[in-house]
Design a protein around this ligand. Structure first.
Ligand code: C2G
Length: 134
């Protein structure tokens, strides 16, 4: 049987335990995990600010993980189907904050939404660190 490729997407800014857990659970659904790391420009246009870590730094962190086989830059949310086809993915995994949002790619692959890890977020960490400043 051919290997099963899993694809997932994210910003992975200020990398934390919620990020590693979703990547570990995604990897466990197949043989190979490919990760689209969102471009700085995509974050600026969608969230109105640049990530704390640059896209090169975020790509380097995600690529270094044992559960990750390949990384690429996600330039646009609308290109999801193209990325899935290009990387030969059999399954798209997203955290359930995106539940239902990417069902439109289910013609090219299976779509799975995994529960988020509670009580940890990049925004929360940034606020916590900012509160430590004198
Ligand atoms: N995540 C999680 N638990 C948390 C925080 C994040 O499981 N406590 C998951 C998210 O659900 C997502 C992944 O970690 O699957 C990356 O989260 P973000 O970096 O916040 O990614 P986001 O900006 O939502 O992705 O195509 C999607 C875009 O790339 C945006």
């Amino acid at each position: 049987m051919s290997e099963r490729t899993v694809i997932t997407f994210g910003t992975f800014d200020v990398f934390h335990v919620g990020h590693i857990r979703v990547l570990q659970r995604a990897a466990a659904l197949g043989d190979r995990l490919v990760v689209g790391v969102s471009a700085d420009a995509l974050n600026i246009s969608k969230k109105g600010r640049a990530p704390v870590y640059s896209q090169d730094e975020r790509m380097e962190i995600v690529a270094s993980l044992r559960v990750v086989d390949d990384v690429f830059v996600e330039e646009s949310l609308e290109l999801k189907r193209d990325y899935i086809v290009e990387h030969g993915a059999d399954v798209l995994v997203m955290g359930d904050d995106w539940a239902g949002k990417f069902d439109w790619v289910s013609d090219v692959c299976e779509v799975v939404y995994l529960p988020r890890t509670p009580s940890v977020s990049t925004t929360g960490l940034i606020e916590h660190i900012a509160s430590l400043a004198p």
